[in-house]
Structure formats: structure tokens, C-alpha cells
Design a protein. Sequence first.
Length: 90
Amino acid sequence: VREVGLLIIDEIHLLGEERGAVLEAIVSRTRFISRHVQAEKQNQSASSSPQVNSPEMTRIMGLSTALANPYDLADWIGIDTEGYGVDAKK
């Protein structure tokens, strides 16, 4: 898990369904481990200064046919939607 660079979740709209708790646990745990690994690497690297608001080590991509709350989901996954040309209504 510490070496995962990309996590792709198909049917992420199922978060509110029966399997939702499993998907939520996978995403939350992945984000936690990713931030932990990133902090360890920054602490071990004496030559580079700590980065503020640096992206997490593991990217998460959610695939869905339709989402009722894309901004809430993006916020929960840790996606900054400001300034990236997101034209959907909030």
C-alpha cells in the first residue's frame, strides 16, 4: 500500500449503497497512509525543504455514471477544484 501511486475506483457513486462503507474505508485508509508516507519522506530528506499543501503521494480517481454531489465527493477525496476549469454548478 505504501507504494501505490494511483487508486482507481469504479462505480464511486455506490458510496451511499451497501458497499459504500467498504469504499469509504478504502479511500480513507489510502489517504491516511499516503499522507503518512509523504511526511516520512519529507522528514528523511534533509536537502529539500518541507512543502506546504503538497499533493498526496497517491492519486485517487473515481469513475461514475452520474453523481449528485461531485463537489462534496471531490472535497472528501482531497481534490482542490478551485482554478481547474470546473464548470459544473456548485
